[in-house]
Design a protein around this ligand. Sequence first.
Ligand code: ZN
Length: 513
Amino acid sequence: MKRFAALMTSVALLATQSGVAQMGAPGERPTTLAAAPGPLATKYKADADRILQAAMNDNDGYAALAYLTDHIGKRVSGSPQLNTAIAWGAELMRKAGLQNVQVQPVMVPRWVRGNESATIQYKGEAGPITKPLHMLGLGMSVGTPKGGITAPVVFVHDFAELDALPDAQVKGKVVVYNPGWHGYGIGSMYRTGGPSRAAARGAAAVLVRSATGLALQIPHTGTLRYDEKQPKIPSAAISVEDALLIERLAKEGPVTVHLEMEAHMEPDVKAGNLLGEIVGSEHPEQVVVLGGHIDSWDVGQGAQDDGSGIMATFEAVSLIHKLGLKPKRTIRIVFWVNEENGGAGGRAYRQWIGDRIGDQVAAIEMDGGAEKPLGIGYGGFGGPRRPAPPAPGAAASSATRPGFDIGTLTPEEQRSFASLRDIVSLLGAIGTDTVSPGGGGSDIGPIVADGVPALSPHTVGEHYFDWHHTEADTLDKVDPDSFKRNTAMLSVVAYVLADMDGRLAGRKGEVRE
Ligand SMILES: [Zn+2]
């Protein structure tokens, strides 16, 4: 059993990296299984063709995304824009004719960035050089004292290098991490855990290379997670170029950072998860849930992350209703709240489901951007969402991901893969007729951990982490044709899952969030 559990964790690892693993080296791509038509393809061909045609001719979904991004804009948890977006979304669902439209109240944190800046000073040929850094404070970071912090830099690539330094070399300094780019799992690990890890050694502040593979002097924010046992120190992301500059300069001589951040927390604010449904004709209590998160960061427009996810899933459901299709089970669209800096929406949804968990037939989350989809990812095997931080002393390297072997799954899980390969055979016309091991999302994490099968679009994943959590996450990054293909795929998959006789297998597991 232990070996099996380890295997499932590796499957989950692939799962968590969907839209992520394919960002790195080609060898990191999850195995993709081809379509294999069966009885579901025969039964649902006519309905699926109608859905595909309607979705590929639909402009309403993208228009709604344009309105959300341009006229409501960024919508960080606790901001008035977030609640404006929720109210607007509810009206959109009602106008589309969805049933049981409701806002499920959720209290969310209100983190406020305020003004912020960072400069470095070092010895130049003609005297000291002062250079502003391209920086963005990390979400949930504390600010600096008024007037800022001025301290020498200690540069490290990874946790192993930090651990190897004597305390005296870290205490009172600004730790700068540049772990390189080995995919989002590793990059975000330094962002979320790096601040407290440096604080434990007495550091005064942290600057971390942005979690991206693209260097265009753009800092990428994202949440940090403080270890309550350590002092909270101000922390910011810097551009790839600035991280590399500090790395070069630190080899030559002393570099000093001046960091000023007004970041702070304000009292929690009432927001909510937004829900709408097509109520099932035969088994209304059984639910296929799909959606994304309505909150974003406080920079850019939250267009790919995750405006594209909520609008594509919404349009997918809306089209099923528009076409007059009546699935046997309920299809529920959810715009979860507070994914970016807390996960309160996902937890509140799990709590609301309570002991009806067994009636949650499938959970589909789209939170990897609306890039060109290749097929559907299937996970739901639980396990950690991100790779665990390396143990002290261990080098941070790209984790080895064992290949996926379907033969090692349970018969029920193998049947589920077969059903999905049957379903995706309906999607050949839009080029999304594959199934990949690995799917899910953090909003559905709490129900997936209790055994609900998880799915998500598997895309080419070429540029998502170029724009993610930056000022550049704007509408122009979302290609209308790719957006439609995601909508079309999700619409067919959700409809068939809600109407077919059997259901997919899930797997209870621990989600370390
Ligand atoms: Zn997201």
